[in-house]
Design a protein around this ligand. Sequence first.
Ligand SMILES: Nc1ncnc2c1ncn2[C@@H]1O[C@H](COP(=O)(O)OP(=O)(O)OP(=O)(O)O)[C@@H](O)[C@H]1O
Length: 283
Amino acid sequence: MMTKADVPLVKVDHLIKSFGGKRSLFSKSKSIHAVKDVSLSINRGETFGLIGESGSGKTTIGRMIMKLMDPTDGQILYDGKSISHFSKKEMKDYRSKVQIIFQDSGSAFNPRRPIGKQIAYPLIKNKKYSQDAAMKEVYHCLEMVGLRKDFANRYPHQLSGGQRQRAGIARALVLHPEFLVLDEPVSALDVSVKAQIVSLLENLQKEFNFTYLFIAHNLDLVAYFCDRVAVMYKGEIVEVNTAQQIFRHPQNKVTKKLLGSILTLDGSLNEIKSEAYEINSIN
Ligand SMILES: Nc1ncnc2c1ncn2[C@@H]1O[C@H](COP(=O)(O)OP(=O)(O)OP(=O)(O)O)[C@@H](O)[C@H]1O
């Protein structure tokens, strides 16, 4: 008998996304085939890496899973059910269960409002929390990401890059998600801050059994952070394997090329790893 654990949390089935190709009176714009027939499954509690050169379609897949855009064809199943067939209520739940963290999540904060109020907003607006109850939850989330309570009163420009990213993570946590799309979550940060954020994401995953889709355009953190990895090239997946296999025995020439670029990053990878371990052992 199939149990809940046997059903992948996220299943992407023959997904296609094209942009453009619209005909006007005078011309027809060229279509961009951003995602061409991609299928993948992400299991509960897994960190699934999606890597590939810039423009290979990674973010487009992440955005379709988040239902920020619709596929041209194919489907996305969440917990065994097609997200395009969700009822209004199911879609509302889904919008809480899946969250995204961008490269600079802090830039998505409104510069003119304190971050605490912004983190509290969906609780008050969608979940009908009182102001006090929402702020209590905000303080708790800030604490979980290693920010003091008083950060709630700060404006985005009063935070460092690393603190802003932590605040962005706090905002994603406030709705108690299950699945997080991490779209280059540490790319904009210094090496030591990178290590802290990666360590934070790891600890949160251990605590809440989060499932992660980790999007990156090189392999520096993937080998360390991910369980399995899919390599994309021009809208298609060219290789899927465990991170170890991808890293040690790459099969496809695209993977080998991406790995070539990590050789120069190896030093910083080791630095990131040792710092992450250090931080973990301090905590
Ligand atoms: N809204 C859009 N309209 C038109 N083209 C788009 C749109 N979004 C993405 N594209 C195109 O789709 C292709 C895939 O883009 P996508 O952002 O998914 O790549 P990526 O692998 O995430 O790249 P990067 O690593 O640089 O973020 C690119 O050619 C991009 O220009």
